[in-house]
Design a protein around this ligand. Structure first.
Ligand code: FES
Length: 158
């Protein structure tokens, strides 16, 4: 483990009565440090710092959508497809992103620019359809908004 991450996880550990309680925030921290996902070495790093097993870390990481066990693109687009968003047209939004980005939901573009995914409720049901783009929520997204959003993301790349 790099010294910087180790000391940050150790500091985090002191905020909780049990080391196991710190696993989730520690994994989030490790994910940030590893470019948005948790490679096996990240799970080992967290496990070592908290005196738990890598398997325990994996069990937590595989449960939460927000923790990723596969590399992600430079831009992460996550469309909520839960009930409120589904009723507001989430599937059409997903399909518009698939067409616009040229990838299927659950995959990353060949150039590593974009990962498209679907997620469960993002907590903004009153503003459906909600799309998280690089962890910032866009509200009331409709299929016809998608081309503009993709254009914006390409402009950020340039
Ligand atoms: S159902 Fe989409 S934000 Fe809750």
């Amino acid at each position: 483990m790099t010294t910087a991450i180790y000391s940050r996880v150790q500091k985090l550990r002191k905020q909780y009565p049990e080391p196991t309680s710190a696993v989730l925030p520690a994994l989030r921290l490790a994910q940030e440090e590893h470019g948005g996902w948790l490679p096996p070495e990240a799970l080992r790093e967290v496990a070592d710092a908290l005196d738990v097993t890598p398997a325990f870390c994996l069990s937590i990481a595989s449960f939460y959508d927000q923790l990723r066990l596969e590399p992600v693109g430079r831009h992460l687009v996550e469309v909520c497809t839960n009930v409120s968003c589904a009723l507001a047209g989430a599937q059409q939004v997903v399909e518009a992103f698939e067409r616009g980005l040229g990838i299927s939901a659950g995959t990353t573009s060949a150039d590593g620019g974009f990962t498209l995914g679907t997620v469960e409720c993002l907590g903004g049901c009153g503003w459906a359809t909600v799309v998280a783009i690089d962890n910032r929520h866009r509200l009331r997204v409709q299929a016809e908004d998608v081309a503009g959003i993709i254009e914006e993301l390409h402009a950020r790349e340039a």
